[in-house]
Design a protein around this ligand. Sequence first.
Ligand SMILES: [Fe+2]
Length: 512
Amino acid sequence: MESTLHEESPRVLVVDDEKVIREILSDFLTMEGYVVRTVENGENALQELERRNYNLVISDLKMPGMGGLELLERVGELRQNVLTVIMTGFGTVETAIEAMKKGAYDYILKPFKIEEVVHVVERGLDRQRLQAENIRLKEAVSLYKVSEAIAQSLSLDTVLDLILDAMLVEAEADVASLLLKDPGTGLFVERTQRHGPNVTGGFSGAVNIAEVLDHYRVDKPILAHGLRALRFFEEPPKDRRLVSFCSIPLKVQDRVIGMLNAYSYTRGHKFSEGQRKMLSVLASRAAVSIENARLYEDLVSKHQDLVKVNQSLAENFRATIIGFAHALEESDKYTRGHSERVAFYSSLTARGLTLPEPEVERVVQAGLMHDIGKIGIRYEKLNKPGKLTPEEVAMFRTHPAKGKRILEPIPSMAELIPGAWCHHENWDGSGYPRGLMGDNIPLLGRIVAIADTYDAMTSDRAYRKALPHDVSIAELERCAGAQFDAELTSVFIAKVEEHRREQVASGKDVPR
Ligand SMILES: [Fe+2]
């Protein structure tokens, strides 16, 4: 694993073809507490820089083969955070200045005093430290922003997108990939992958999950470069040379729920320890958000299941009620369809009152059930032509209370009771079974009473033919305020007229 630039002693690479100079600089800088390596030319310097991170390179200007200026350019291409100091003899100051224009940090004139060299190195490293702190501060700020965005999002896909974008931007990864453990199968599945601008044509590497998890157990996150990274792959990425690989576990408490993998294919761009730490912070925020988003999605889908169950319960309930109504009408050919028509006429009034939809539904159900108390009453007697005897009238009048008794024990039916129990009450108190008056009659009862009477008048009965619509309406109007709630009567009349006009407009017949 690479070390952070400032966790250990700064590393200095001395490049000079003169052995004496290499030895003097090595000895003195080592005494100052630096870790020093020496090489004799530019080629070897580049090899050494590819192998290890250095803070500072001191290079001679004139060397056989690759000289100091070319080395300076090549070091720049490596994109490493390394300072370069050029050493040059008298008479080549212009070249030294040229070197500084090309990005050298400073120059030292030969022959040099050793304190001068130490001073230049110290100053350079100080500046480097400040720059690194500035970068870290910027990283911390953007990391904070990303974390906030992640924490505020409840959508799993948004969280994943934010994480991958941050990996590409903040860690300068060429490919970012996120694997999540499937809670059902326990397998890690690549959930999403994102490519930076330098990577085209897909990415084929297959991470060795077992190896990565093993490493997490002993050494937590993975930061590996070049060939050493390949042991974490079942199948190394094809067509590209992997430069650097960083893999961070997504953990909730001590469970690994997934992994973030960052890949660099850019020559010289190894992920730094700082970037590894930054990704670790990101991963810890991300893991919690992923878990939350999953719980939330779970909750939403459970809620949807519940809504479905409720819907099917409601449909069952409606079917049961219609079944009751049909059972009731089976025994009486004159009242066939009566319950459903009363339900429909009642719904007209309910809609005219702009009741909320669940209330309209309750009115419909109450309409269907209003005569349920007639189950058990012997119809052949009641449907005879001519007048009913007082005993027959008394028997007929028991049906509202019987309806209440039938519905009472069934919790889901209990709210329909006012329709069955109170649809023969009259506004002026002359109705039955309780002789309620005005607003004391439940709304359901008052609505159903109007619908019931209108349908009775406009249907054939054993003792008379159906009355025309106009006559029936006139009768309702005559009785409004006495038998019926006057306000509801006018709502019903307006709505039933509107309904008949719509029927006619769409080419359907309406009863005369
Ligand atoms: Fe009735």
